[in-house]
Design a protein around this ligand. Sequence first.
Ligand SMILES: CCCCCCCCCCCCCCCCCCCCCC(=O)SCCNC(=O)CCNC(=O)[C@H](O)C(C)(C)COP(=O)(O)OP(=O)(O)OC[C@H]1O[C@@H](n2cnc3c(N)ncnc32)[C@H](O)[C@@H]1OP(=O)(O)O
Ligand SMILES: Cc1cc2nc3c(=O)[nH]c(=O)nc-3n(C[C@H](O)[C@H](O)[C@H](O)COP(=O)(O)OP(=O)(O)OC[C@H]3O[C@@H](n4cnc5c(N)ncnc54)[C@H](O)[C@@H]3O)c2cc1C
Length: 667
Amino acid sequence: MQDGNGLDHLAGERAMAQFDLQAMKVYLAGGQREYEISTKMAQLVANDPVFSKEDRVRLARKDLYKNSLRKAGHAWKTILEKGLSEVEGLKLRHFVDEPTYTDLHWGMFIPAIKGQGTEEQQHKWLPLAYKMAIIGCYAQTELGHGSNVQGLETTATFDPTTDEFIMHSPTVTSTKWWPGGLGKASTHALVYARLITDKKDHGIHAFIAPIRSLEDHTPLPNVTVGDIGVKFGNGGYNTMDNGFLRFDHVRIPRENMLMRLATVTKDGKYVRSNKPRQLGYGAMVFVRQGIVIDASIYLSRAVTIAVRYSAVRRQFGNKDEPGELQVIQYRTQQSRLFPLLATAYAYRAVGFWMKSLYADVMKRLNDNDFSTLPEVHACTAGLKSITTSVTADGIEECRKLCGGHGFLCASGLPELYAAYVPACTYEGDNTILLLQVARFLLKTLSQVSKVRPVGTAAYLGNIKQLSTQNCKVSQGHDWLNTSVLLEAFEARSARQAAAVALRLAKGSGSEAEFQENTPELVESARAHCQLILVSKFIEQLQTGTPEGIRKQLEVLCYTYAFSQLIDNAGDFLATGYVTGNQIALAKEELKHMFDKIRPNAVALVDAFDHTDDYLGSALGRYDGDVYTHLYKGAFKESLNDTVVVDGYEEYLKPVLTQNLWAPHSKL
Ligand SMILES: CCCCCCCCCCCCCCCCCCCCCC(=O)SCCNC(=O)CCNC(=O)[C@H](O)C(C)(C)COP(=O)(O)OP(=O)(O)OC[C@H]1O[C@@H](n2cnc3c(N)ncnc32)[C@H](O)[C@@H]1OP(=O)(O)O
Ligand SMILES: Cc1cc2nc3c(=O)[nH]c(=O)nc-3n(C[C@H](O)[C@H](O)[C@H](O)COP(=O)(O)OP(=O)(O)OC[C@H]3O[C@@H](n4cnc5c(N)ncnc54)[C@H](O)[C@@H]3O)c2cc1C
């Protein structure tokens, strides 16, 4: 059997690297301490058989889910027994690499209580949640409404005679539908419902509703709850018990309404705090900011697989070189693969920045400073949208880049895609989120003469200059100036936003006109987000990047920016800021960047430091021994458990042995 020469090829690839690999690993991990924790947790998970991912795509749903419960329980036990810190626990969860109920418990239930609960409520619920004596989920979406949160139908009606809320699901469409962890695991749900006091509807508020017995886990009286069914793909998101939930006049104590933003008194009086109601969306902002770095991780996994495999795989050849060519040598392969590699790096850098942005807004909110909230909302919503869409498409592109073998589950790519693609929908449908960004841009532009825009919208303060001056690039290397590049992205975004704002301003201001212009609004939001991504990648590079990796990061940064410019050339040209010739010059520069990436490509994906266990891919193995492992893998296929397939006697043999012509055959 041919072993594909994989080992030799990747060793040769690694020898070509022109940067400090270790420094890059530390940079991508977010620092030396994070790097050490990451390495430790990756080993811990890889060496523990309970966390094995083997056969995940072959398990029936019930077994898959039970195994996922086993892993989550074991993870929790490991965290407690080893006394792991929060950062270590999160890393452990990361390497376990399975969506599960604990994600929603820690990722949304707890943050929502922290953000919306009073101090007293936090003291009551958080200790229980922290020791997992209760398991919580985030029950917002219903069968009838997900994006339109204000349209939710579940009611929480206050009964002053008993000092309780009556939780009720009045219609089929009011059934809670989708919450992760709700289906089978949760004991409590954070329910978003219409608050009604004295027949008055005060809109959507959050309530903690017990849903399962803490004694035997059975649903509480008048609660109907279960799993919504099998989802897209094998394995993937099917380890999660996304659930449904209905209440039939279920009573909960008044104190179970989270009352930081609004209160209902014992006698039924509704009192709003002076804090903005948008703080009720805080858990979503928290998760959205984290999704950007997650996008980088998922994309980097796919890219690692595709780059390593492209260096191992050989097809055709040319007269000038002996043997067949590695497919990574082909320009078309590079032009599809290297921008994705650069994108994974870009999202990592921007993800780091998002963390600081979020930390800053939290500090401000604690000091009752709400001034940056709209910008942070636009940023988190927009970048969540762009990065998840690009990553989902990027994983699929990596699958295609691996040819036929990419279609096998052994490549790791189909399951990666299935687990990732719902990120385009959950935590806000990506189009809905871009429309939020567009509304923010319109509002900012409408106030630009009075209020100087700040943060990521600051460039809109220069709208006049950006609308009148054109791009100065006359030779390819003119593009290798970050201010020239940034100005191009700023001008394109400012002009697109201004154009649609002007069109709307000329109209009657009706909702129908707004709707008519939503495609352009979405495009302008996308342009704004692409500008943020490019500018923050550049900014991150300019702030203390170690010498041994700076050059490579610059190459990746230009690769990212040029590919964005070229992929969106239509928009750039339509704004009139750049010419066709300038785009052509950027294309040439991009090819030069590919030449610089090529000798470093394998080392650049090694720097992501994904272990073989975590990647779970025969094509993306560190040693490049692809063919041996694909071949060995086939013997794990359950159809090969017997040499003669089950079903032969009943169904194959009769076909083979009847020896009759089909009645109407003309053969
Ligand atoms: C192993 C064990 C080990 C243990 C170890 C530990 C393991 C731990 C593991 C931990 C891992 C963690 C990972 C988590 C994973 C999670 C997975 C994901 C799950 C997915 C969850 C979900 O899927 S959960 C549902 C999300 N469902 C949406 O996402 C609905 C979208 N729909 C909207 O989001 C709104 O509905 C929409 C459109 C804005 C209209 O809102 P609306 O109706 O109120 O109307 P408007 O548009 O008028 O907005 C009114 C004004 O609010 C402003 N504004 C709007 N939103 C704002 C906001 N967020 N912040 C600030 N401001 C905001 C806006 O800008 C306006 O401002 P202005 O008035 O100034 O213009
Ligand atoms: C795997 C997964 C996990 C989830 N986990 C949770 C959870 O834990 N808790 C929870 O509460 N929810 C959860 N959800 C639900 C999720 O948050 C919603 O599905 C999401 O917010 C989208 O809402 P929707 O389903 O109502 O889509 P819809 O809004 O019905 O979208 C359908 C289509 O209509 C378009 N559309 C809708 N409104 C407009 C508009 N105004 N303008 C233009 N286009 C529009 C959308 O762009 C989309 O193309 C989960 C969903 C998934 C898939």
